[in-house]
Design a protein around this ligand. Structure first.
Ligand SMILES: O=C(O)C[C@@H](Cc1ccccc1)C(=O)SCC(=O)c1ccccc1
Ligand SMILES: [Zn+2]
Length: 156
C-alpha cells in the first residue's frame, strides 16, 4: 500500500465532521490498508481517515508499549468504522498524547478512564465492547478526529 500524506492542523479537513460509511467494499479495505501503512511509517498508535484527507468515519487504533505507556497492551491494529461512544466513566485520567497532525508536540489531555463503544468492522458487522486505559485513550483521540476536534482544542 502507498503512504498517504498526513494533514497538518490548520487544514480544513481536520475541522469537519466525518461522514457515515455505507459501502463496505474493496475500496474501504484499500483505504484501511493505506491508513495502516501510513500510521506505521509515522510511528503512530492510531490514525483517523480525515488525517489522510478522507472524509469518512473510519480510524485505526493499534496500542503498543512505549516509553510513555510502558504497560500498554500489544494489540493488533483494529479498524473502527462508524464508531459511537455509548457510555463513559465519570473518572477522568490525565496523560500525554501526541498527534500526527501536530508533529513534534506533546499535550497533557484528560480522558475518560473507561468507555463503552459500538462500531462496525470492515465487513460491516457491529461490535460492542468496553475499553479502558491507553486503548480507551486512543479511541477517544481518534473519535475526536471524526468530530473535527484536535488536541489543540483539548489540551490543559
Ligand atoms: O494523531 C493520531 O491520531 C495518532 C496519535 C494517536 C495517539 C497517541 C497518543 C495517545 C492517544 C492517541 C499518535 O500515535 S501520535 C504518536 C505518538 O506521539 C505516541 C505514540 C505512542 C504513545 C504516545 C504517543
Ligand atoms: Zn491525532
Amino acid at each position: 500500500p502507498t503512504l498517504l500524506p498526513i494533514a497538518l492542523v490548520g487544514e480544513p479537513i481536520l475541522r469537519q465532521t466525518a461522514i457515515t460509511v455505507h459501502h463496505f467494499d474493496a475500496e474501504l479495505v484499500h483505504l484501511a490498508e493505506q491508513m495502516s501503512a501510513s500510521m506505521d511509517a509515522a510511528n503512530g498508535v492510531g490514525i483517523a481517515a480525515p488525517q489522510v484527507h478522507s472524509p469518512l468515519a473510519l480510524f485505526i487504533m493499534a496500542s503498543r508499549p512505549n516509553e510513555r505507556y510502558p504497560d500498554a497492551p500489544n494489540m493488533a491494529p483494529v479498524v473502527v468504522v462508524n464508531p459511537q461512544i455509548i457510555n463513559a466513566s465519570s473518572e477522568l485520567v490525565s496523560g500525554e498524547e501526541g498527534c500526527l497532525s501536530v508533529p513534534g508536540q506533546r499535550f497533557t489531555i484528560q480522558r475518560h478512564q473507561a468507555i463503552e463503544v459500538r462500531y462496525q468492522n470492515l465487513q460491516g458487522e457491529w461490535q460492542q465492547t468496553e475499553l479502558t486505559g491507553f486503548i480507551a485513550r486512543i479511541f477517544q483521540h481518534e473519535f475526536d478526529h471524526l468530530q473535527g476536534i484536535t488536541l489543540l482544542e483539548r489540551s490543559l
